[in-house]
Design a binder for this molecule. Structure first.
Ligand SMILES: Cc1ncc(C[n+]2csc(CCOP(=O)(O)OP(=O)(O)O)c2C)c(N)n1
Ligand SMILES: [Mg+2]
Length: 558
């Protein structure tokens, strides 16, 4: 018998999420969430039914980043909740607003096999956990969960015992106003004039300025202001990895700053005497652990400027302001335009240099990952949504300087592999009319390869590019550098084209780059999903690995 004759708590809970304007939910069902999920789906919410709970949450994270709204996922109690633990820390550190509807074990039972104390598990990751144990208050509690997720830009998990969900609803009919109607308008904060004057003196005295923008700058629409500041100081431009592409067409952009800095960027950052970091958290990796700009003073322009970040002293000069307003005020306060270190020759150098010029001897029949990326950079249409994943190969995939920031997503704050497919699914759900292209490693893709089925079933437009070195590249290079056996890090070349076909997707193996543009054109005409497997040599080491893990003499090449 269908149990919808009487109104139940789960009806109101589903309505509460609908009231919060949830129109997409990433879900994996079980006893403790399926009745709620069925009602949300009935209300008209698009449900993306994934094959692992981690992927539901990770997809919701990418969805949140892409839509600048709250991402929503749902999991059952116990084993559904424990699967969230790898994704949550990344969501916390990346400041992603996500709400997860989780079931909880029934309160009425003295014993339940899926029972586990969920709150400490969730709060250990830095996420918030709300126990919803008072049915009449649940609509307000859901609203409050969304309020917290939005205000603190943080994941919030709501746990609702499933016996309570099934109770008849005895509360009021009207729901509270949705969270976004209650939040104060976050107007951009202007800088204090005294701080602008101090910062302007610092900038005026510098000769070699780099303006480094992070996601905060992108979100504040500070890109043009940063370009103007760099132009007035005769300075160069750079971005953090997540903000890659903010200056994609500027001849004085030296690329990403951080672990993935290209050759030319390393050279110029080392000469900089002032780095103006705008709307970025100055995380450990963004400054190469303090190694990238050793000679430079730091000016941090941010709504929350910091002196110390992730264990390092990062900035002694601060301008507290919205990124755009702060940079505009600073530029206006500078005396006159200077030449700085800009020149035609420098622009040409940036334009002509390869991200990494080291020479390696590689095996016949295998590709150089740098050539793969260069060819893809030329061949892939400019309006495709790009998603970068993890692993050693991410150094290479990061080198696509012509791509615009609006079409780029990467979330790496917990350093986990295995997220690429989920992030791509989140982007595909957020931009259903766009083609998404995911760049992933073979190990990372295999970690959640079951999601190829989700991609197929939901008809998501995702082209997966696998940089297949037949190995956990990050591990094999480190083991080799220590003269250790490679066991456990080298697996051989998994046949991803066949794997893709097994899931009903198109699959193709690339051992040569000939005809790549043609393949791209054919795929673009069709759209949809496919897996393209590029067999690359594991003899090509990224500059980051070469610096941190020098190889034994016999392994050295070039
Ligand atoms: C969840 C998780 N498990 C293990 C690791 C350790 N790890 C870092 S990179 C990597 C290898 C990834 O292999 P692949 O995706 O093929 O990329 P590659 O490094 O080969 O380019 C591993 C196992 C991790 N970062 N995250
Ligand atoms: Mg690999």
């Amino acid at each position: 018998m269908k149990n919808d004759a009487i109104r139940r708590v789960q009806d109101i809970l589903a309505r509460s999420f609908w009231q919060e304007e949830v129109r997409t939910c990433f879900a994996l069902l079980g006893d403790a969430n399926m009745n709620w999920a069925a009602r949300l789906a009935e209300a008209g919410c698009r449900m993306v039914y994934v094959r692992h709970e981690h992927c539901a949450l990770a997809a919701a994270m990418a969805y949140a980043r892409k839509t600048r709204d709250v991402g929503v996922a749902t999991v059952t109690c116990g084993p559904g909740v424990t699967q969230l633990i790898t994704a949550l820390p990344a969501a916390v550190r990346a400041h992603l607003p996500v709400v997860v509807f989780a079931g909880e074990a029934p309160l009425k039972s003295g014993w339940y096999n899926q029972e586990i104390d969920q709150a400490p598990l969730i709060t250990a990751t830095g996420a918030a956990y709300h126990r919803l144990h008072m049915p009449e208050r649940m609509p307000v509690a859901v609203r409050d969960a969304f309020l917290q997720a939005r205000r603190e830009r943080r994941p919030v998990v709501v746990g609702v015992p499933f016996d309570l969900q099934a109770r008849p609803w005895e509360g009021p009919e009207t729901l509270p106003a949705p969270s976004h109607k209650l939040l104060p308008r976050p107007s951009p904060i202007p800088p204090h004039p005294d701080d602008v004057a101090t910062a302007a003196r610092l900038v005026a005295g510098a000769e070699r300025v780099v303006v480094l923008a992070g996601l905060g700058a992108a979100e504040a629409g500070a890109g043009p202001a940063c370009r103007a500041l760099a132009a007035k100081t005769g300075g160069l431009l750079s971005t953090t990895l997540p903000a890659r592409g903010l200056f994609h067409d500027d001849p004085f952009c030296i690329g990403i700053s951080g672990s993935f800095t290209p050759e030319v960027g390393l050279e110029y950052l080392a000469q900089a005497d002032l780095v103006i970091a705008v709307g970025c958290s100055l995380a450990y990796h963004a400054g190469g652990g303090g190694q990238l700009w050793r000679k430079a003073k730091m000016l941090h322009v941010d709504i929350d400027p910091v002196a110390v970040s992730q264990g390092q002293e990062v900035a002694r000069n601060h301008l507290r302001a919205d990124a755009r307003l702060g940079v505009e005020a600073l530029t206006a306060a500078l005396p006159a335009r200077k030449q700085g270190w800009r020149s035609e020759a420098l622009a040409k150098r940036i334009r002509d240099s390869k991200p990494d010029s080291q020479v390696f001897e590689i095996e016949p029949g295998l590709l150089d990952p740098r050539d793969v990326v260069e060819a893809l950079e030329k061949a892939l249409p400019q309006d495709w949504e790009m998603v970068n994943s993890s692993g050693h190969c991410s150094w290479f995939f990061a080198q696509m300087p012509s791509r615009r920031q609006e079409n780029f997503l990467t979330i790496r704050e917990f350093g986990a592999i295995g997220n690429g497919t989920s992030f791509a699914m989140g982007v595909a759900a957020a931009r259903p009319d766009s083609q998404v292209v995911l760049f992933d490693g073979d190990g990372s893709l295999l970690m959640h390869v079951q999601e190829l089925e989700t991609i197929k079933r939901h008809g998501l437009n995702i082209l997966i590019i696998v940089m297949n070195d037949g190995a956990y590249g990050s591990e094999v290079h480190k083991l080799r550098s220590e003269g250790m056996p490679e066991e456990g890090s080298v697996f051989g070349y998994c046949d991803f084209a066949a794997v893709a076909r097994g899931f009903g997707l198109a699959g193709q193996t690339f051992k040569s780059l000939d005809g790549l543009s043609q393949r791209v054109a054919e795929f673009a005409a069709r759209g949809g999903a496919a897996v393209w497997d590029f067999h690359v040599s594991d003899k090509v080491l990224s500059p980051t690995i070469r610096r941190a893990h020098p190889q034994p003499a016999k392994e050295k090449s070039g």
